[in-house]
Design a protein around this ligand. Structure first.
Ligand code: ATR
Length: 279
């Protein structure tokens, strides 16, 4: 077991609610694996208390934190410096408290998503990607895909959000939410960034019958691991990539900054985290 002393490096995840977060499990697993004098804690923080809590964390010499729903936008406003994707998405999920007192904010969901695709050797250059959803996660994924040379289309229940996102991206097309599945044969990659299919949330009758046989289907929902969308894709013998990879990859950036080691995502890490997730 890793020893936690008075000199331990401390990081946290701030959400409301935070009980569903798998980040404490994952980071503490890595801390133990690399025998680091450090600890990662869940903190239940409402948006209205967020700034006050961050100030207290900086004053207590925390190394930084992850930020989850609903705090990603308020966290953005606390940063002194941000990375490019954060600037484009207006939200952050990782804060680094620097030694000079400044707060650096990163949006690592999109890059984590791209890295999880790279595990499967997906070529994104000129790949035609259809994104379901136009919320914060969709923004992060869309900007990162464009950086890699993919061509984007968005469909969203509320069309005005899709229009706004395409406008901000400066490229891409919009499909109607009611009939995107009829046009599926034009796409190489399908990504669900909505909460549809998440445990406890609404489901949806995903129809993938018009897909090309080489369509790759991904879901950023990871509870359950085999989501209704991925199940439907498997019924059509399509290649699927589960959302857990994005969770694991986005976490690496913070861990490296706070604790000084680039953690490996191997079979044991995946097994450990999935022990708590129903398939
Ligand atoms: P996040 O930052 O996690 O992406 P969000 O900004 O609330 O969260 O976005 C959630 C996404 O899921 C949105 O695209 C939302 O569609 P709307 O813009 O129409 O709200 C989508 N979503 C959530 N519930 C949905 C449902 N029942 N049917 C269709 N889309 C849904």
């Amino acid at each position: 077991m890793n020893i936690i002393t008075g000199k331990a490096k401390v990081a946290a995840v701030l959400g409301w609610p935070v009980v569903h977060s798998r980040s404490p499990l994952l980071h503490n697993f890595w801390l133990e694996r690399y025998n680091i004098d450090g600890v990662y804690i869940p903190m239940s923080v409402k948006p209205e208390n967020f700034k006050m809590v961050i100030q207290a964390m900086v004053a207590s010499e925390f190394k930084g934190c992850n930020v989850t729903i609903p705090n990603k936008e308020i966290a953005y406003t606390c940063c002194d410096e941000i990375d490019e994707i954060a600037r484009k998405t207006g939200s952050v999920n990782t804060l680094i408290f620097k030694d000079n007192g400044k707060i650096f904010g990163m949006s690592t969901d999109g890059v984590g998503f791209i890295e999880s695709l790279q595990d499967y050797k997906i070529n994104l250059k000129n790949c035609k990607a259809l994104i379901l959803g136009a919320g914060g996660a969709a923004r992060s994924v869309a900007f990162s895909l464009i950086q890699k040379g993919a061509k984007i289309a968005i469909t969203n229940r509320t069309k005005s959000r899709a229009v706004q996102l395409i406008d901000d991206l400066g490229a891409g097309e919009i499909l109607e939410w009611e009939n995107w599945f009829f046009l599926l044969n034009q796409y190489d990659l399908l990504i669900n960034t909505t909460s549809l299919g998440m445990e406890g949330k609404e489901c949806y009758n995903f129809d993938l019958s018009k897909a090309k046989t080489d369509l790759v289907v991904t879901d950023i929902v990871y509870v359950p691991r085999l989501t209704p969308l991925l199940k439907e894709a498997q019924n059509h013998h399509l290649k699927t990539i589960e959302g857990l990879g994005m969770l694991l990859h986005q976490a690496r950036f913070g861990f490296r900054e706070w604790f000084g080691i680039d953690p490996e995502i191997d079979h044991e890490t995946i097994e450990y985290v999935t022990k708590t997730i129903k398939s």
